[in-house]
Design a protein around this ligand. Sequence first.
Ligand code: NAG
Ligand code: NAG
Ligand code: NAG
Ligand code: NAG
Ligand code: NAG
Length: 365
Amino acid sequence: MGKEQLKPPYFARLLNGHILNHVFHSLLFLVGLSLGIIFSLLYLNAFSFNSQASILSPLLPPSPSHLMHNMDDDELLWRASMVPRVVKCPYKRLPKVAFMFLTRGPLPLGPLWEKFFKGNEGLYSIYVHMHPSFNLTIHEDSVFYMRRIRSKIVEWGKPNMGDAEKRLLSNALLDFCNERFVLLSESCIPLFNFTTIYNYLINSKESFIESFDDPSGNGRGRYNKKMLPAISVSDWRKGSQWIEVNRKHAIEIISDNKYYELFQKHCIQHNCMDEHYIPTLANMLFATQISNRTITWADWSRRGKHRPAELEGASISIEFINHIRYGKNCTYNGENTTICYLFARKFMPDTLQPLLQLRPPLLEL
Ligand SMILES: *[C@@H]1O[C@H](CO)[C@@H](O)[C@H](O)[C@H]1NC(C)=O
Ligand SMILES: *[C@@H]1O[C@H](CO)[C@@H](O)[C@H](O)[C@H]1NC(C)=O
Ligand SMILES: *[C@@H]1O[C@H](CO)[C@@H](O)[C@H](O)[C@H]1NC(C)=O
Ligand SMILES: *[C@@H]1O[C@H](CO)[C@@H](O)[C@H](O)[C@H]1NC(C)=O
Ligand SMILES: *[C@@H]1O[C@H](CO)[C@@H](O)[C@H](O)[C@H]1NC(C)=O
């Protein structure tokens, strides 16, 4: 019985029958629909500037495909400060960490960072703020290729440092996948592999902002009474410039103009903006949500110096690195941990080779 049904005449009959006719029409409809979708996608794609991802795959939120926009700072801050009010996110998004490099010139430790990022595509984005007149050729294969943002001149210790930090945060906020934002300099190194650092940051309940009251001349001494009544000396805090924040706090920082204007006007002493603005702002706006410690290590052991030590190639050894990695106890999400630092500075260019040659390798952990 089964055999008979498979004979060709059966199919010939079917071909003229209603069933196949129906199937045929359905197929035709589906082909037409697909073509329509494909053409509209192609059409839309050709005219979209920065939302390719969202059109090609509804699973991904729109990520800016290039960083060279024409927005001035005001427009950039305004766009970056927008927050979706619908709580449920329609995209399946993998949260990314934004690595924001605030540098004077090139990145002498670039090869180390290339190794660090390798194999972790999709979990990070890089932003580089560099002196605008610096001409740098970056190879297409580099993770830093096309990651330079529109930058302006920065004088270390001067108020325009705050502008550069806000510019970096704003560019990084334009990518909705970025969940954590870490500020780094050209002398910074990672202390652990990408996976360890990524998990530490993504799972943290706090932003890593150091913020403490320093009664000395380099702390409260930099406070200016003209900031009253908005900022009193009891609000005043000091802390490392090298911060790491979550998305919510990044938006708070770039959206603040009230306190920022007071800092620009009245905080003109050296290092006033970079060491006090964010620690004070965080203390005033979200004090209970920060770690009060920095995750970027520096060598302050030389007494009486206002700057951390600059580390040379000769000082690099695995013992030294492990001392930085595990030499302190602190808390993480309310638990004790020996991993307090994820990054370290100030590593001079001649530390690159010793760092790459460490055994066991620096980035194995
Ligand atoms: C970069 O290149 C431009 C034009 O090619 C030149 O005017 C400028 O001086 C260069 N800057 C540096 C720092 O070399
Ligand atoms: C940081 O200090 C504030 C008080 O200034 C406190 O509320 C907060 O709990 C501290 N954060 C941690 C992680 O201890
Ligand atoms: C950190 O805590 C552990 C266990 O509580 C202790 O053995 C170690 O000495 C501490 N390390 C430092 C640097 O205080
Ligand atoms: C964490 O360390 C402190 C001392 O630094 C200790 O008093 C406390 O009991 C520890 N907490 C846990 C959960 O081990
Ligand atoms: C990164 O470090 C963790 C923790 O030490 C380790 O388990 C993991 O295998 C390392 N990953 C890579 C890719 O080296």
